[in-house]
Ligand binder design. Structure first.
Ligand code: C2E
Ligand code: MG
Ligand code: MG
Ligand code: MG
Length: 278
């Protein structure tokens, strides 16, 4: 009887798995289609210097609109795009948009603002990646210092050799590098020595818990680590004044979060910048 039960459970389990698989495949087909029809959007979230409250840059974040006013969460479709390899094509589109954005901002009188893009592992595995980034910067005649790549600890740990080598090449061309979601991944501190980093992004989780003993000590330790390594630090997910005051007291350089602005489409960002500079 137990055996029969087990076999039945397995059947349900298998059916569930198959449902989930086909659901994912359907979503992937939709993502491919919408990407090829130019329906993905790149939104921007401002990054602010704590010293003078000026906007110093922005992070580019992908948005997948469903057409009914709703969006598929990047937490859902980015892993799918990574798993399928589609992120390689989407990622090069993102880079191109980011370079165009830097150019556009300059034309609108906002020069010197950097644009950060998130980069996934499959992009690094692609042999032409480094050259394609350099070509993109050259083609749009932008200053490479204004382009920043954000990589997570898991990307580094996945293929340290490939990633470290690629980043060194990009760095010697002038492109900036930030380590994203710092502190939550499986990382080895020794990579901080080998990576040509410019900036550490303190993960949102520690900012959220900054009013608790553990969150506070971890955020402060990361910021100190950044300072000692002569890296710039930015706190992610700052939502209120108490969090801002806390990271500022810890010596954090920059902030990004809903307290200042949510990610927004390009046209809105332009209005935001005009208002901020007025
Ligand atoms: P991330 O790179 O760590 O991006 C920051 C995320 O935190 C964004 O979520 C942003 O909307 C959110 N955020 C910013 N400030 C606050 C805040 O004050 N409170 C809260 N609750 N959230 C805040 P989003 O846009 O949903 O993106 C999620 C993740 O998807 C990103 O995390 C990144 O890992 C990935 N992603 C987004 N765009 C791209 C892309 O173009 N390429 C790749 N490879 N990954 C991307
Ligand atoms: Mg990021
Ligand atoms: Mg992050
Ligand atoms: Mg993240």
């Amino acid at each position: 009887k137990a055996k029969k039960q087990l076999s039945q459970n397995y059947q349900y389990y298998k059916a569930d798995m198959e449902d989930e698989m086909s659901e994912r495949l359907a979503m992937l087909r939709m993502l491919r289609q919408d990407f090829s029809h130019d329906r993905l959007e790149l939104w921007y979230q401002p990054q602010i210097s704590l010293a003078d409250k000026r906007v110093v840059g922005m992070e580019a974040l992908l948005r997948w609109p469903l057409g009914n006013g709703q969006f598929v969460s990047p937490a859902v479709f980015i892993p799918l795009a990574e798993y399928s390899g589609l992120i390689v094509e989407i990622g090069s589109w993102v880079l191109e948009q980011a370079c165009l954005q830097i150019k556009k901002l300059e034309k609108q009188g906002f020069s010197g603002l950097r644009v950060a893009v998130n980069v996934s592992m499959p992009q690094f595995r692609n042999h032409g990646f480094v050259q394609s980034v350099i070509d993109c910067v050259r083609q749009h005649q932008i200053s490479p210092q204004l382009l920043e790549l954000e990589i997570t600890e898991s990307v580094v740990m996945d293929e340290p050799k490939i990633v470290i080598e690629a980043l060194h090449k990009l760095k010697s061309f002038g492109i900036k590098v930030a380590i994203d979601d710092f502190g939550i991944g499986f990382s080895s501190l020794s990579y901080l020595q080998q990576l040509p980093l410019d900036r550490i992004k303190v993960d949102r989780a520690f900012i959220r818990d900054i009013d608790k003993a553990a969150g506070e000590v971890i955020a402060e330790t990361i910021i100190n680590l950044g300072k000692r390594l002569h890296l710039s630090t930015i706190a992610e997910g700052v939502e209120n004044e108490a969090q801002e005051l806390a990271v500022k007291a810890m010596g954090c350089d920059e902030v990004q979060g809903f307290m200042y602005a949510k990610p927004m489409p390009q046209a809105e960002l332009l209005k935001y910048l005009q208002q901020a500079s007025a």
